[in-house]
Design a protein around this ligand. Structure first.
Ligand SMILES: [Mg+2]
Length: 178
């Protein structure tokens, strides 16, 4: 058991330092990164569980969140889950609840959620990066001016690299226009 824990810690540190390298390699960073929950940070729908269950994250998610936090990038959650109580309990059990600036609330439409995040943090949409596993969310939020990344197997280092690269390129392109 102790051995397994040690291996997990080693893996966490490895992912965290790889994530830090990716972050350091980007010329322009977003001010705020927003994450969906189900099938983005964790591999399940939380409405299929109850608050007493023990949640788990995608393998590289924690290391990535820690690296972003260390770099001072703000983070928020945008979830359409109908089970917001379970989602909140799971974030607390995972010990990552305090990493997010905007408190979790589940809205009917993600566009409304982004408007709330904007109102609360004062961050412009074009300074945000968003990760989600559903195309309809990606399409709706892209229209608001947010850089959006569709994840296939949850948040991982590859998705982080793609997200930060797309964000940098978009920002540089915008600056080049004027
Ligand atoms: Mg999802």
């Amino acid at each position: 058991m102790a051995e397994q824990r040690e291996e997990e810690m080693e893996e966490l540190q490895k992912v965290k330092s790889e994530a830090a390298q990716i972050i350091n390699g980007c010329p322009i960073l977003p001010l705020l990164i927003v994450f969906d929950l189900d099938y983005t940070l964790w591999p399940f729908f939380c409405e299929c569980y109850d608050e007493d269950d023990m949640p788990w994250l995608y393998p590289q998610a924690r290391g990535i969140l820690c690296a972003l936090k260390d770099r001072g990038i703000e983070m928020a959650i945008a979830s359409r889950s109908p089970a917001s109580d379970v989602a909140k309990a799971f974030l607390a059990k995972l010990g990552i609840e305090s990493m997010f600036v905007a408190q979790l609330e589940c809205w009917t439409h993600k566009t409304e959620h982004f408007q709330r995040i904007h109102d609360r943090t004062g961050t412009q949409f074009d300074l945000m990066l968003f990760f989600d596993d559903e195309n309809r969310n990606i399409e709706a939020i892209t229209k608001m001016g947010v850089t959006c990344i569709l994840v296939n197997r949850g948040l991982n280092l590859e998705a982080l690299r793609q997200g930060l690269t797309n964000f940098s390129q978009k920002s540089l392109g915008m600056n080049g226009k004027d």
